[in-house]
Design a protein around this ligand. Structure first.
Ligand SMILES: NC(=O)c1ccc[n+]([C@@H]2O[C@H](COP(=O)([O-])OP(=O)(O)OC[C@H]3O[C@@H](n4cnc5c(N)ncnc54)[C@H](OP(=O)(O)O)[C@@H]3O)[C@@H](O)[C@H]2O)c1
Length: 398
């Protein structure tokens, strides 16, 4: 039986790595649908090459151009435009598995729709879970969704969880804490003073991973690790105080689970996202991911250190948002998205990204969230406050 796959965010870094793994196993997987935001040429090429039957483009004004280009490439794929098109491809009957690899809050509605339709979900889009944690997990539980993490750290934790447990539900499993590793990003060793003039290209030059621009900036501020703390809480039902960040610059140990008997189980591998993608696609089996075997003789030393909370206040903000609960993580995530976008287009200095987030969190007290409408409202409020802070010139005010 081949698995029908929908890849949301097919033109991105995770989307392309997914297509690479899938193409190695035509006997197992069939690409049913691919999506993008605005990159017509890239989406058309990927759709034609993968033989997908549907191509969804979030920017509806580009749907006609996509249709024309697909026909030129010899593809008869149906074209869907706008956010409704994303919902449609994520819930198609022929789709068994949805790779949720849209970046940011835009990924929440189609991922949630896929969960409500009972699809198996491969979750790369951590922002969806951070902003809507309780609401998202409730839909997952109600629909018996198989939810598999793609973030290398969470995929590692999943693999290190007790064998009797799918890793998703808690209980007394003898877990002392989760050790969430992080490389420390490109600025691990730069002084705080040096960071004000950092350019987007410098911030995107990650030492060990090749990723999309937004997550690369999140890695440079360490907000990515902050988002991952909250993601780990929801995926593994572990409180914030039992999730410890460990800086591991070589990115070979992808995370660990420490047990009460003193055991620590780690998952290791070369830093290549095709490993967690293949693990989740084939779960519970194993398939070739096209990734070189880890060679311990070439590795040299693996090092571990404590994170610097002063240099990277994003970590404290994330623990704080998790402790507050309710709308706080959604507000933090929204402000971060706005601030990162502003930095990437040269509107905001790197050093001000965190100040924007802090201001939004302080201005907007956490409120209860009972459904998607509350989540979207918190997201909108977080964006508004962040936008105002940037327009006012946060730097000058600081
Ligand atoms: N890259 C990694 O190694 C990695 C590792 C762990 C987790 N993740 C997570 O995986 C997700 C994707 O990351 P990425 O690095 O692959 O990002 P990326 O390379 O920037 O790709 C993002 C994808 O999302 C689409 N997209 C952007 N905005 C959209 C919108 N408003 N509506 C619909 N589609 C939209 C893009 O389409 P266009 O190309 O048309 O813009 C593209 O297909 C993120 O949540 C990230 O945190 C990534």
């Amino acid at each position: 039986m081949t698995q029908g796959i929908c890849i949301l965010g097919a033109t991105g870094s995770i989307g392309r790595s997914t297509l690479d793994v899938v193409a190695r196993h035509p006997d197992r997987f069939r690409v049913i649908a691919v999506s993008a935001h605005s990159q017509v040429e890239e989406l058309a090429q990927l759709c034609a090459a993968s033989g997908a039957d549907y191509a969804a483009i979030a920017d509806a004004s580009r749907a006609a151009a996509l249709r024309v280009r697909l026909r030129e490439l010899g593809s008869n794929a149906s074209v869907l435009g706008g956010p409704a098109g994303l919902l449609e491809v994520a819930t198609l009957e022929r789709v068994d598995t949805v790779m949720a690899a849209i970046v940011g809050a835009a990924g929440l509605p189609p991922t949630l729709a896929a969960a409500a339709a009972g699809k198996r979900i491969l979750l790369a889009n951590k922002e969806a879970l951070v902003m809507a944690g309780a609401v998202f997990m409730e839909v997952v539980r109600k629909n018996n969704v198989v939810l598999l993490p793609i973030d290398s750290e969470h995929n590692a934790i999943f693999q290190c969880m007790p064998a009797s447990d799918s890793g998703m539900a808690s209980g007394r499993r003898g877990i002392r804490r989760i050790l969430l590793t992080g490389s420390g990003g490109p600025f691990r060793e730069r002084s705080l003073r040096d960071l004000s003039g950092v350019t987007p290209d410098e911030a995107c030059a990650h030492p060990t991973w090749a990723m999309g621009r937004k997550i690369s900036i999140d890695s440079a501020t360490m907000m990515n690790k902050g988002l991952e703390i909250i993601e780990a809480h929801w995926l593994f039902d572990v409180p914030g105080e039992s999730i410890q960040v460990v800086i591991h610059p070589q990115s070979v140990v992808h995370s660990m689970v420490q047990y009460v008997d003193g055991s620590v189980i780690a998952q290791m591998g070369n830093p290549d996202m095709r490993t967690p993608i293949a693990q989740a696609l084939a779960y519970p089996e194993r398939i070739d991911a096209g990734v070189d075997a880890l060679n311990f003789f070439d590795l040299g030393a693996l090092t571990f250190e404590a994170p610097d909370f002063e240099r990277f206040p994003a970590l404290s903000l994330a623990y704080e948002a998790l402790a507050q609960g309710g709308s706080a993580p959604a507000i933090m995530n929204a402000a971060n998205e706005v601030a990162v976008a502003a930095f990437l287009c040269g509107e905001l200095p790197f050093s001000e990204v965190i100040n924007v987030i802090e201001e939004a969190m302080q201005a907007l007290p956490s409120t209860k969230m009972t459904g998607l409408a509350d989540v979207m409202e918190a997201d909108a409020r977080g964006r508004q406050v962040a936008r105002r802070a940037i327009d006012r010139g946060v730097g000058k005010a600081a």
